[in-house]
Design a binder for this molecule. Structure first.
Ligand code: IMP
Ligand code: MG
Length: 184
């Protein structure tokens, strides 16, 4: 019963140490890639990437500005239409800036595609890349098959994962590690 699932029952896939080591690596690569950038803007996607964003920026050695964005699905009654919109958007003008979006996970690819299009075409940033801690390529929808983060932490099989910011029904975000649960 998922409703009564306790954290002790979650199988750990990535420990705190695994995650920290991976983020250090990502931070080094990103710092190198952006070493000549004067105005790097980090945009964390709430809520799932809050922990990853906080740890990643501490491993990025170039000055950066922090912003956050929240997304939601358009709903038709109780049905999700699969379309995404940006909410709580109080971003400053980022036109002409170098933006690095920080996401928790790329799954179907719909969110990543939306974010790329949004920043490229509406915000009109100079550059826009995505860093995602996890990628589940086997779940990618055909229409988003070419969508991939520019920086990926871990590629995983088709598991539903929780912890380190990721939730199941708003639970388990606070766990410092990532584990998987079976959704049957
Ligand atoms: P996509 O738009 O299907 O690529 O899904 C992206 C979003 O779905 C992520 O930002 C997460 O919020 C959520 N998501 C996808 N897979 C998982 C998972 O395994 N655990 C928790 N959230 C997930
Ligand atoms: Mg998310």
């Amino acid at each position: 019963m998922l409703e009564t699932l306790k954290k002790e029952e979650i199988k750990v896939l990535f420990s705190e140490e695994d995650i920290a080591a991976k983020i250090k690596e990502l931070g080094e690569t990103i710092s190198d890639d952006y070493k000549d950038t004067e105005s790097l803007i980090i945009v964390g996607v709430l809520k799932g990437s809050f922990m990853f964003t906080a740890d990643l920026v501490r491993q990025i050695k170039v000055p950066c500005q922090m912003e956050f964005i929240k997304l939601s699905s358009y709903e038709d009654g109780t049905e999700s239409s699969g379309k995404i919109k940006a909410v709580d958007l109080s971003l400053p003008a980022l036109e002409g800036k170098d933006v690095l979006i920080v996401e928790d996970i790329v799954d179907s690819g719909r969110t990543a595609k939306f974010l790329k299009d949004y920043f490229d075409n509406q915000v009109e940033t100079e550059t826009c890349k995505i860093a995602a801690l996890f990628d589940k390529p086997s779940r990618r929808l055909a229409e988003f098959k070419d969508i991939q983060a520019d920086y990926t932490g871990f590629v995983i099989d088709d598991h539903f994962i929780v912890g380190y910011g990721l939730d199941y029904a708003q639970k388990f975000r606070e766990l410092p590690y990532v584990g998987c649960i079976e959704l049957d």
